[in-house]
Structure formats: C-alpha cells, structure tokens
Ligand binder design. Structure first.
Ligand code: MMA
Ligand code: CA
Length: 220
C-alpha cells in the first residue's frame, strides 16, 4: 500500500518523466543475464541524485523486490547512491575483465595470471604484492577455473600448497589442512623431497620441487 502511495506522490511531484527514463535506461543497460543491477545501477546515476522520494521508492522495490544485498536502509541518500553506483561500476569492470580473459570469477574468488613462469617463492611474492596469494583450489569448481588458466597459457602452474617442514603433510600457504585434493595417480610420491605442487594440463596435481619455472596464478 505504502508503495502505491509513494508512487502516486512521485507522479504528483512530476517524477514521472524521470521514472520513465529510468525504466528506459534500465532496459537498455540490462543485458541478457542481467548481472548488472538494473534499479540500483540507476540509483547512482546523476539523473536520480538527490531525489529522496524516488530513491526511497526504487530502493523499496529493490533489485528483485529485495533490499540490495548488504546495504541497510539509510537516510543518507548521497552516500547510499555512491555505494550502489560503485557496486554497479565494479560489476561492469569485472564483466570487461572476464570478457577479455584477464580474470576468472569462481564463487567469491577472482583468479588472474600475469603469464609469468617463475619459481614458487617468486610466484607467491608477486601474488602477495598484488594483494592476493597463489591460487589454491578448495573444490572441484575452483580446480576447473584454475585449470582454465593453465590451458589458456598452456603451462603447468604452481598451486598455493606446500609440504610442511616437519609433518611432510601438504597444507595451504596459511598452514591450514587441505580440504580438497586432486592428486594425479601415484602422487604425491616425493616423500618430502618435492615440497611444492604443480597443476598438470588435465587439472590433476603433482608434488614437485619448488625451484622450477611454473605459471603464476593468483587468487584475490
Ligand atoms: C617426475 C617428477 C615427479 C613426478 C614424476 C611422475 C621423475 O619425476 O615430475 O614429481 O612424480 O615425474 O612420473
Ligand atoms: Ca611428484
């Protein structure tokens, strides 16, 4: 009911042209899969800035009739618009980077390679310098996404997994135990002499010495 009252008020206060433009723009901007937020994207557009009534109406309707994820109602329209607009711009940037093969998104992870083949320590260092770490698959889906990059460059890659100094057990870089493995048959076979792990071109893993040159794939 409140929605309709607001809508009536919006029309009365001659927001109608703006609403129509908003709908038109959303139809044009929203592509097949509609990854971009139609309404929330528009909220950040200049045309709708500083129009609390319309903003309230649109955000009440939300993206799928819900509040935009993680953003509580705030009377601070400018700040809210800015955040929603940032989310929208970020999702477009991700679209560009994914389209051009610069990144792969899997769940919450973003995967990327600099295309360089270096030893394990250098690979890890360049990932950390960029604010990430070496990619370590935690499930089949992530393993497939990393494999996609291995195939893209046609190079084996070091994974963010290491054999422990004392236990010899393989762990993630942060020292936590593996919750998923994809060892190639008869691997790991290095008996502690191969402390790093490489991904083969079929996505399976081999324990391997750390001083070889392997593709750097980072996760963020
Ligand atoms: C190499 C080396 C090992 C791997 C075997 C598999 C000969 O050693 O890559 O890590 O386990 O090949 O045959
Ligand atoms: Ca091995």
């Amino acid at each position: 009911m409140w929605v309709f009252l607001q809508l009536a008020r919006a029309i009365m206060f001659s927001y109608l042209p703006c609403v129509l433009t908003a709908i038109a723009v959303s139809l044009v901007t929203c592509h097949a899969q509609c990854k971009c937020p139609g309404i929330s994207g528009l909220l950040g557009r200049d045309g709708l800035k500083g129009q609390p009534l319309l903003w309230g109406l649109l955000s009440l309707l939300g993206e799928q009739g819900k509040w935009p994820q993680g953003l509580p109602y705030s009377p601070d329209t400018e700040l809210y618009n800015m955040l929603v607009n940032l989310k929208y711009r970020l999702s477009r940037l991700e679209g560009v980077l994914a389209l051009t093969g610069k990144i792969r998104e899997v769940g919450e992870k973003i995967l990327a390679s600099n295309g360089k083949e270096v030893d394990f320590a250098s690979a890890l260092e360049s990932c950390e310098k960029a604010g990430g770490t070496l990619a370590a698959p935690r499930n089949e889906e992530e393993n497939k996404a990393i494999l996609g990059i291995v195939k893209q460059y046609n190079r084996y890659a070091y994974l963010g997994i290491k054999g422990g100094e004392t236990s010899g057990q393989f762990m993630y870089i942060d020292g936590t135990p593996l919750n998923y493995t994809k060892w190639h048959p008869y691997e790991p076979n290095g008996k502690g002499t191969e402390k790093c792990v490489e991904m083969y071109a079929d996505g399976s893993w081999n324990d391997k010495k750390c001083n070889l040159y392997r593709l750097t794939i980072c996760e963020f």
